[in-house]
Ligand binder design. Sequence first.
Ligand code: PLP
Length: 385
Amino acid sequence: MNGAPPREVFESMDKHPFGIKPESWLVSAGRPSEPGAPLNVPLVPASNFIIGAGRDYSRDEGTPTWEALEEVVGGLELGRAVAFASGMAAIAAVFDQLQAGAVVALPDDCYQGVAGLVAAGAEKGRWTVQRVAVDDTAAWIRACGAADLVWLESPSNPLLTVADLEAVCAAPRKPGTIVAVDNTFATPLNQRPLDLGATVSMQSATKFIGGHSDLLAGVATTGDDALWHALLKSRELTGATPGTLEAFLAVRGARTLALRLERAQQTATLLAERLEAHPRVARVRFPGLPSHPTHAVARRVLRGFGTIISFDVDGGAELADAVCRNVRLIRHATSLGGVESTMERRAAIAGQGHLPPSLLRLSVGIEDADDLWADLDGAIRSAAA
Ligand SMILES: *Cc1c(COP(=O)(O)O)cnc(C)c1O
């Protein structure tokens, strides 16, 4: 195991880069191959190794367990990956590449942690920030020619606006500009930013890759060798290393990513349609609905519409909070991408005051679709009664 498969292997393929489909890669990658080795990568809890083989200290050179996660995700994203302690650690490593005074383009709607990191850096004078509407393709294209880091997130959290990554990632750039995509919501099964020309794609493996809400991990993948080395160096110097158990669990979770995503995505489409017809629901945001403002872009750039639905109940924050209290099968919890469905009112989160107060973000899991609907519909009806 040594990172992603060689470049030629995937460049010769059209959509299925390793001669096998991504679904098969998820199951087969990151396994030892020596006779007698365990079929699954072992948990290797090691800080140091016997000197002589080039791997001395895990913070510097990694461990076999981290490498398995890097192979699985990197191969899927079509580049070389570096695994981190969390999604935020992976993001921070990308921002760590910027020179003082750099210009950052950031979406108007994005993960609040990224917005917080960028605001804190701007306050200290490390960079200046320009906010760009997720769907303003012309402004993103201009940013590619002017900014040092173009940070995209698509579909965006939590409004699920889809950026035209095809157009933006192909736009001419100022030399050295990094175009980075937070690919957490789409997963590399629905969207492959590096294939479209992005410099780096980032996953919070805490979400869909892990898939069971039992770990924190992040992965940054790039096709640029110099950047890959720089990201590794950043991990070494900041110590933002993944946990051994976390990397092991993330690999184990990734084995079933395709199945989980397929099932949850089907259910999400059904729930989005039913919510849209619900008398107490004012608005549903789901990229798969024809009513979604960026539905046409989503159809073009995404292979699937994902498992996240944001919807506004008709009755304000109080009604939305009551719905959260009433659900039983769906858990009232933050985060997303797990086998279990979770829901929360996003405007209740610090830094999310710009959102509609009654917006609920639902992460659809793999439970039975009718059971989920009965739970959701019942919770809305009893809250509104
Ligand atoms: C959760 C999340 C992150 C941050 O990942 P952590 O693993 O929590 O650090 C970044 N971006 C998006 C879109 C997320 O959902």
